[in-house]
Design a protein around this ligand. Sequence first.
Ligand SMILES: NC(=O)c1ccc[n+]([C@@H]2O[C@H](COP(=O)([O-])OP(=O)(O)OC[C@H]3O[C@@H](n4cnc5c(N)ncnc54)[C@H](OP(=O)(O)O)[C@@H]3O)[C@@H](O)[C@H]2O)c1
Length: 246
Amino acid sequence: MRAAMDALGIEGVYELLPTKAGGLEARLGAVRERFAGVNVTVPHKERIVPHLDEVTPEAAAIGAVNTVVNVEGRLVGHNTDAAGFYWALERAGWLTGEALVLGAGGAARAVVHALVREGWLVGVHNRSLARAQRLVEELGGWLVAPEKLEKAVRRTPLLVNATSVGLDEPEDMPLPPGVLPKSGRVVDLVYRPLETRLLREARAAGLEVQDGLEMLLGQGVRAFELWTGRRAPVAAMERALRERSA
Ligand SMILES: NC(=O)c1ccc[n+]([C@@H]2O[C@H](COP(=O)([O-])OP(=O)(O)OC[C@H]3O[C@@H](n4cnc5c(N)ncnc54)[C@H](OP(=O)(O)O)[C@@H]3O)[C@@H](O)[C@H]2O)c1
């Protein structure tokens, strides 16, 4: 965000505001007075919802807010993860119309919401099946049971890892070794590290891959545009993100 503000000559600060669970209301009071908006991250994405004046239908459906916009003292909650994910797919030209999503947490909900809204066919698999079942009942798509997973992975044109497997544990895989799409593409939302084992193995198998920085960039672009009403300087933002992650 700082790179984006610098690129457009916008004066301002974008800084971390560590906030304890009990301090959310006070923090939002300060935001209402002094900030154009804030990003929200774990563990506040869900618990912030009842504290806001308004939540977009998209954020309400996903059940999580990652961007708050201060509209003349009214705090409006958005979820830019869904738009950011789809923005990254469009940018890559990967509009395959069908996908298999691993995970059923906040990120998976944003991904499935974005895809279903665009009319895609979406299979969802998660370690806790009940959570995936709830997701598909609320957002669409269908449940992929464990015994059907391997076949579904092999035939999907787009596999999305929206679990946190691989986060800070680069050798962990969300799938058994060797289970990859036959000829599809693979997106991993994990961005720490950028090159997860899933992406490394997919690349070695000749598949095209996309790392988690693309969606991170996309959600930041959307948040910046909501806060400023200006077109985001994508190249400057991308350069800053990639430099920071190198
Ligand atoms: N690139 C981006 O812009 C972006 C944006 C948002 C999130 N993310 C990334 O997406 C990932 C998920 O985030 P989230 O907010 O959705 O987290 P979350 O709500 O905590 O959900 C975690 C998901 O990972 C699954 N999981 C965790 N450990 C597992 C394991 N050992 N084996 C199988 N499944 C496991 C969970 O399954 P259970 O339901 O069975 O526990 C759940 O589906 C994180 O790595 C996060 O950094 C990236």
